[in-house]
Design a protein around this ligand. Structure first.
Ligand code: ZN
Length: 128
């Protein structure tokens, strides 16, 4: 397993980590298999979506803010919206590996979804 370090710079951010994931797969010994990505945090997530147009990630971020506003929850830490968004987006993704490279669609990228930043985060990557 490899640990990627992801530094975010705002409270909510969709950060494209595709090149980091590709590097991790290239340095693994797996030619054909599966890449599992896992985010070990309760206020962040991971998702695969369009990376060609940066507006797509911004639209996702803005729609989540509209669906899950910041205040009005029980959780005393004050970041309940971050936990809810994390569960909506999910904390793991899987991508196939073929001939040593990550098999993403033409327009796809891997995004780390920060919901309670800025922080330094981890993504666990396992090629198997
Ligand atoms: Zn909390």
């Amino acid at each position: 397993m490899e640990t990627l370090t992801v530094s975010t710079s705002s409270r909510v951010e969709m950060k494209d980590i595709t090149s980091k994931v590709k590097d991790a797969i290239r340095s693994s010994d797996v030619d054909d298999g599966v890449c599992t990505l896992y985010v070990p945090h309760t206020t962040a997530g991971i998702t695969i979506n369009e990376s060609a147009d940066p507006d797509v990630a911004l639209d996702i971020k803005e729609k989540l803010a509209e669906l899950v506003p910041e205040g009005g929850y029980r959780h005393r830490e004050g970041n309940a919206d971050s936990h809810i968004k994390s569960s909506l987006i999910g904390n793991s993704s899987r991508v196939l590996i073929e001939d040593g490279s990550l098999q993403l669609g033409t327009w796809q990228g891997v995004f780390f979804a920060e919901f309670d930043g800025p922080r330094t985060r981890k993504v666990w990557v396992k090629a198997s």
